[in-house]
Design a protein around this ligand. Structure first.
Ligand SMILES: Nc1ncnc2c1ncn2[C@@H]1O[C@H](COP(=O)(O)OP(=O)(O)OP(=O)(O)O)[C@@H](O)[C@H]1O
Length: 280
C-alpha cells in the first residue's frame, strides 16, 4: 500500500448556509503529483484553506503523515445550519494553526502572487527562511544572533543558486517578469523546507512558454527536494502532463478521480468542466 502524506476525511466547509466543500475525502501519496481541478467556485481553494489551517472545517478531519492535524464538527449556530453528512463521526476537536502546519512541513503558494514586491529576490527568500526558523517574522528578525544570521544568509544564497535565481537575486521581486515571480513564489514556499507543497494555480496568467518552463521547474524541485505536490490548476496541458492522479471537484464534491487518461475521457468531467472554457 502507498504511504499517504495527506488525507482528507469527509471534509465539509460551510460559510453560513453555503456549502463550499461537501464531504470531501481524498489522499495524496508520498512522491506523487496530484491535481485538484474543477469549475470556478467548485471549492478547490477552500479545500487548500482547510488543509493549511486558514479555515476550521465545519466537519471532518485532515491527516498529515498519518497524524491528525485538523478535526472538527458543527458547533454553535452551525449545528442547525449544517447540510453535510457524517455528523457525529468527528467528536474530537483538533485545529492546528497555519504556522504549526507550516512547521510540520506543509507549504503553499497562493492564487494571487504574494511577494514583497519592493524587496529583492534574495530578501524575499531570506524572510521565508526566517519564517521556518521562528513562528513570526519579527521575533525571527530580532532574536537571531550574528552567527545564525550569517548561516541563514549563506543558505539563502546557495538556495537561490540552485533554483536558478542567481542572475536576478538583487532585483526587486515586483520588477521580475510574471513567470519568474511565480517561480520565486514557489522558491519562497520551498525555503520553509516542506515535504508537501500545495500550489494554487501556479500557471495562472502564464503564456504557453512560461507554462512549459513551470512544468519542468515543478518536476525538478519535486525530485531535488523529495516533495509531494498537490496542485490546483486550470491549465489542462500542464495538469495532464505532470499529474500522477487527478481529483475533480464540482459543487464541493468529488465527481471523479483517476489518472489523466481516465479523467480526460470521463463523460461527467467533460460535461461539468473540460467541455467548457475556464477563466485562468
Ligand atoms: N470566506 C468565504 N466566505 C463565504 N463564501 C466563501 C468564502 N470562500 C469561498 N466561498 C465560497 O465557496 C465557494 C467555493 O469557492 P472557492 O474559492 O473555494 O472555489 P474554487 O474552486 O477555488 O474557484 P476558482 O477556480 O475560481 O478559484 C464559492 O461559492 C465561494 O463564493
Amino acid at each position: 500500500m502507498s504511504e499517504n502524506v495527506l488525507r482528507l476525511e469527509n471534509v465539509t466547509m460551510q460559510f453560513g448556509g453555503v456549502v463550499a466543500v461537501n464531504d470531501l475525502s481524498l489522499e495524496v501519496n508520498k512522491g506523487e503529483i496530484v491535481a485538484l481541478i474543477g469549475p470556478n467556485g467548485a471549492g478547490k481553494t477552500t479545500a487548500f484553506n482547510v488543509i493549511t489551517g486558514v479555515y476550521a472545517p465545519t466537519n471532518g478531519a485532515v491527516y498529515f503523515n498519518n497524524e491528525q492535524i485538523i478535526s472538527n464538527h458543527p458547533q454553535g449556530n452551525m449545528k442547525k445550519l449544517y447540510k453535510g453528512e457524517n455528523l457525529g463521526k468527528f467528536p474530537h476537536v483538533m485545529i492546528k494553526t497555519p504556522d504549526q502546519i507550516t512547521h510540520l512541513g506543509v507549504a503553499r503558494t497562493f492564487q494571487n502572487i504574494r511577494l514583497f514586491r519592493e524587496l529583492s529576490v534574495f530578501e524575499n527568500v531570506l524572510i521565508a527562511k526566517h519564517m521556518r526558523q521562528s513562528a513570526n517574522v519579527f521575533s525571527a528578525t530580532f532574536r537571531l544572533n550574528y552567527k545564525e544570521e550569517k548561516q541563514m544568509r549563506e543558505e539563502t544564497q546557495e538556495f537561490i543558486k540552485i533554483l536558478g535565481l542567481e542572475q536576478v537575486k538583487n532585483d526587486k521581486a515586483g520588477s521580475l517578469p510574471y513567470g519568474q515571480q511565480r517561480h520565486l513564489e514557489i522558491a519562497r514556499a520551498l525555503a520553509t523546507q516542506p515535504s508537501l507543497l500545495l500550489l494554487d494555480e501556479p500557471a495562472a496568467g502564464m503564456n504557453p512558454q512560461e507554462t512549459q518552463e513551470l512544468t519542468a521547474f515543478i518536476r525538478r524541485i519535486k525530485d531535488e527536494y523529495n516533495l509531494t505536490v498537490f496542485m490546483i490548476e486550470h491549465h489542462m496541458d500542464l495538469v495532464m502532463e505532470i499529474s500522477d492522479r487527478i481529483y475533480v471537484l464540482d459543487f464541493g464534491q468529488t465527481i471523479a478521480s483517476g489518472v489523466p487518461d481516465e479523467i480526460q475521457n470521463n463523460p461527467r468531467v467533460i460535461e461539468a468542466y473540460l467541455g467548457v472554457q475556464q477563466d485562468a
